[in-house]
Design a protein around this ligand. Structure first.
Ligand code: SAM
Length: 243
């Protein structure tokens, strides 16, 4: 499993580069994107497309190839495979078939954003992409509102403003949020501010809404989570009294 850059070619590790050059073939989320990356490093490889619609079929083929003594790499378009990217079915199949798996770690937007957010990192919950539909998104945020660990979301540029508004309405305007955009790229930017100010910051400059985003959100204060638990406990006690 080979991590590739999330925007800065300098972040492809020497080991990743050497592994990608040496393996017998590479499974890639998008063969064109990965072909371009490999070309930048002068690497010529046979590429096999792996995406959510063919992952089971490709996994079976990879298991057979590995059993025949081949070595294969998996890359996604950017960052670490399997992190909001294809690869889980393949890794599971290889694991279950007793094949050998090796991690070639490297960039991931999730970890890069956490490292600059200025929010607690001792415990965090990666929640991937929020649902695209407003009602489902708000419901998901409500379900996460009492989480005391730092929350991390990926978000698309065309939904970033709506998402910022929902963060403020569902988690509270005072919750600290770090928005990290275009990490490792030319226009990299990260700001940390209360959720209630995020939408205004995004709208203040069209550039603020461009690119790729990670949102790192402070967890609920422990007291708040405690009060949710005690509300549940109270409810349980009251239910016992009902006829
Ligand atoms: N596997 C990747 C990883 O390890 O980070 C994530 C893949 S996911 C399909 C793509 C999302 O990651 C983007 O929509 C964005 O939310 C986030 N992302 C990727 N690159 C980024 C960057 N350079 N800056 C900020 N966010 C980024």
């Amino acid at each position: 499993m080979v991590a590739t850059p999330i925007g800065n070619l300098g972040d492809l590790s020497p080991r990743a580069r050497s592994v990608l050059a040496r393996v017998d073939g590479i499974c890639a989320e998008d063969t064109r994107t990965s072909g371009q990356l490999l070309a930048q490093f002068g690497i010529q490889q046979s590429l096999l497309a792996l995406h959510e619609h063919n992952e089971d079929r490709i996994a079976a083929r990879v298991v057979a190839d590995l059993a025949a003594g081949k070595t294969l790499a998996l890359v996604s378009d950017a960052g670490t495979p399997l992190v909001s990217d294809p690869g889980y079915a393949l890794v599971k199949a290889v694991r279950e078939a007793g094949g050998e798996l090796r991690a070639i770690p490297g960039p991931s937007a999730l970890i890069a954003a956490l490292s600059v957010a200025g929010l607690p990192t001792d415990e965090f919950r990666f929640a991937g992409f929020l649902p695209a539909k407003p009602n489902a998104r708000r419901e998901r945020l409500r379900a996460l509102a009492a989480e005391t660990a730092t929350l991390v979301f990926y978000e698309a540029p065309h939904r970033i403003v709506e998402c910022a508004e929902d963060l403020a309405s569902e988690l509270g305007a005072g919750r600290l949020v770090c928005l990290a955009r275009e990490l490792t790229k030319r226009f990299e930017q990260s700001v940390r501010l209360p959720a209630g100010e995020l939408a205004a910051w995004l709208k203040a400059d069209d550039n603020h809404q461009r690119g790729e985003f990670v949102l790192v959100v402070a967890g609920a204060p422990a007291g708040e989570a405690g009060s949710v638990v005690s509300a549940e406990q109270t409810l349980r006690l009251l239910l016992k009294e009902l006829p």
